[in-house]
Every structure is written in C-alpha cells, then in structure tokens.
Design a protein around this ligand. Structure first.
Ligand code: NAD
Ligand code: ZN
Length: 346
C-alpha cells in the first residue's frame, strides 16, 4: 500500500510503498477515507536530531477517518464496513485520566511509550491504518469523512480549549482567536455555536482574515500592535475575556496578553515556542494562562454531534495520496485555506 512518511531528519514527506499492516487481538484495521494535514507535522519535521524523539520512518497523519476493514479478536464495538473517525491522543486506558475519557492527559502514555497515530504510531496518511483499540474510534455515521476528518484535531483541540473557558464567555463577552488557519477557523465556528462571545479574529494573511469573516468572526483584524488598541476600543477599554492563540509564537503570546481583560483566560494552543511571564504586575489581574493539548474522547463525540447540527463547516482542500508532499509544501508556504485533506483511497 502507499503511505506518506517522514523518513529522515531534515527531509520532506515522501510517498512510499509498504506492506498492508496485519492486526492483532483487540486491534482494528481501517481502510482510510481521509487524513488531515496539521501544522504540528511541520513542527515535528522541523526539529533538529537532538530534539526529535519519534521513530523513523514515521507514517504521518494524526487526523484520520476510515471504513472498518477488519477487526481483531475481542473487538465488539465496531464491525466491518462501519465508517469511523479516529480519536488520536491514545492513552493507556486504565489510569484515572483515561477513565475520565481524558486520554490526552494519560498519566502512563509517556512511560509506556504509547504514541498517537502519525506522531509515533503509524498514522492515517496511508491506504490502511491500525487502530490499537476500539475505544479510539467514534462512529462517523453519515458525516462526510473528507469534510469532517479535521474535526478529530482541528475541531477537538479548539473545542477542548473553548469549553474550559466557557464560564467567561457569556453574552457581552469578547473572545480573540489568533491564527485563523486549520484550528483557528474551526475555533471561530465553535465559539459562535456554543458561547455568547463577540469573536475577534487576528491573522497576518488577508485571505485567512477573509475566511475568518466567512465562518462567523464578528471582526477580523491584522495581527499587529494596532490590534491591541482595536480590541480595547471594541470592548470599551475592558479587553478580551479569553484569547485563544493558535500560533503560540512570542509575538502572538505577547499580543494576546496585552489585549486581555482582568480575569481573562489566555490559552496558548499553538506550539510556536512563545512563553508568558506570569506574576503580579506582569499580566492583567487574575488572568489564567493555559497550554492545552488536544481533547478528550467525550469532547470528540460532542464535536461530531455539533457538526451534525450543521454548525461546523471545515474549509477543505483535498489531495490524492501522491500529492500529499505538495499539500505539506503549500501548508509550509501558508497557502492552505482551512485544512488540507489527503484522500488515500481516492
Ligand atoms: P495553520 O498553518 O493551518 O494555521 C496557522 C495560522 O496562523 C495561519 O492562518 C497563519 O497565517 C497564521 N499566523 C502565522 N503567524 C501569525 C501571527 N504572527 N499572527 C497571527 N496569525 C499568524 O496551522 P494549524 O494546523 O491550525 O495549527 C496551529 C497551531 O496549533 C500550530 O502551532 C500547531 O502545531 C498547533 N497545534 C496544537 C495542538 C495542541 O494540542 N496544543 C493541536 C494541534 C495543533
Ligand atoms: Zn494536529
């Protein structure tokens, strides 16, 4: 079968031919219908050898959807032919966090060497993939896989962040979304669907700002120092009640903190390496700073339910598996609007 792999440090993704995987007891084989292209893959592929910890070659793709092609002994929750989405942040399944469905914060994943598909385990950017446990599958039903696969990360990650800030996002509040790419453009729609906040989107790219307006941002502004004054003006001086930073570089983290209100939440989701000095006098009074990771299994079920209501429309550019390297190049150049999605089986 064809697979898209990162094969050597400093290299670019390549399409290779590898054997169709064989499943064991408790595992599920998926014929992959769609796999999303996330900026985190670019981050992983930018790491120097001393910082790179994942196995090589690495089959990419941590956003996956497919049709169940085979089930291992003991699998009862899905049957051959079922359309499913993959819950990516795999955990051990038995610690307190996993028991709560929060496998993204599993207490044992690091020590037991459990890795998400595409970020350690072989991922979804292949004709077939192995899912290690049936609990990592959520029924997709009649949701189109190409249009919804990105909800497994670009939907789930913002949903998780936004849910924890919901108590601060009632009517009259303001939420800022920095970076309106794959995650950010879904975040805007989630905020519109489940909060009362006025949504202000910031990006450095005019086309991304256009997309932000199209998907429901009340205001879309260039991400620069002027945006601080603009957000203050829009909020009568108070500032934003929550800032969701989907870039996470020093410049955006600083910008977010400068436009935040007292008691605001600052959520650093992007992995751009920026950091905030938190302490009395350094940030607005009682501001909470968080650095969330992905989301829980129940939140993925909720995101897919939200999509079923028609509230979420992922802007998608589709590519064949042979063109996956091209999709990564376009993402690298900032030329993907919304999410690039690979269709490994056409
Ligand atoms: P993307 O490339 O699709 O979108 C990034 C957007 O940010 C683009 O629209 C780009 O124009 C914009 N941007 C770049 N620099 C900017 C700046 N200075 N100010 C404002 N906007 C700027 O990326 P994505 O796939 O949506 O991922 C976003 C970030 O989230 C990445 O850092 C990714 O690694 C990270 N991520 C984190 C998690 C997590 O669990 N914490 C999960 C998935 C992705
Ligand atoms: Zn991702």
């Amino acid at each position: 079968m064809k697979a898209v792999q990162y094969r050597e440090i400093g290299g670019r993704p390549e399409v290779v031919t590898i054997p169709v995987p064989v499943i064991g007891a408790g595992e599920v084989l998926l014929k992959v219908t769609a796999a999303g292209v996330c900026h985190s893959d670019e981050f992983v592929m930018s790491l120097p050898a001393e910082a790179y910890t994942l196995p090589l070659p690495l089959t990419l793709g941590h956003e996956g959807a497919g049709i169940v092609a085979a089930i291992g002994e003991g699998v009862t929750a899905v049957k051959v032919g079922d359309p499913v989405a993959v819950y990516g942040p795999w955990g051990c399944g038995h610690c307190i966090r996993c028991a709560q469905g929060k496998e993204n914060y599993c207490l044992n994943a690091a020590t037991e060497g459990i890795r998400p598909p595409g970020l350690g385990a072989p991922g979804a950017m292949a004709e077939y993939m192995v899912v290690n446990n049936e609990r990592h599958l959520v029924p997709l039903g009649d949701l189109d896989p190409a249009l919804n696969v990105a909800l497994t990360d670009a939907g789930l990650t913002p949903y998780h962040a936004i849910k924890t800030s919901l108590p601060k996002l009632g009517a009259g509040s303001t939420a800022v979304v920095i970076g309106t790419g794959g995650l950010g453009h879904v975040a805007i729609q989630i905020l519109r669907a489940i909060s009362g906040a006025t949504v202000v989107a910031l990006d450095i790219n005019d086309e991304k700002l256009e997309l932000a307006r199209k998907v429901g941002a009340h205001h879309a502004l260039l991400s620069n120092a002027d945006a601080v004054a603009a957000v203050r003006e829009l909020t009568g001086g108070r500032g934003a009640d929550a800032v969701f930073d989907f870039v996470g570089m020093q410049a955006t983290v600083d910008l977010g903190a400068q436009m935040a209100a007292s008691e605001a939440d600052m959520q650093i989701v992007g992995i751009g390496g920026g950091a905030l000095k938190v302490g009395f006098g350094h940030v607005p009074y009682d501001m909470a700073v968080r650095a969330p990771y992905w989301g829980s299994r129940s939140e993925l079920i909720e995101v897919l339910e939200l999509a079923r209501t028609g509230a979420l429309h992922v802007e998608v550019q589709t590519f064949s598996i042979d063109d996956a390297p091209k999709a990564y190049e376009l993402l690298h150049e900032g030329k993907i609007s919304g999410r690039a999605v690979i269709l490994p089986n056409g």
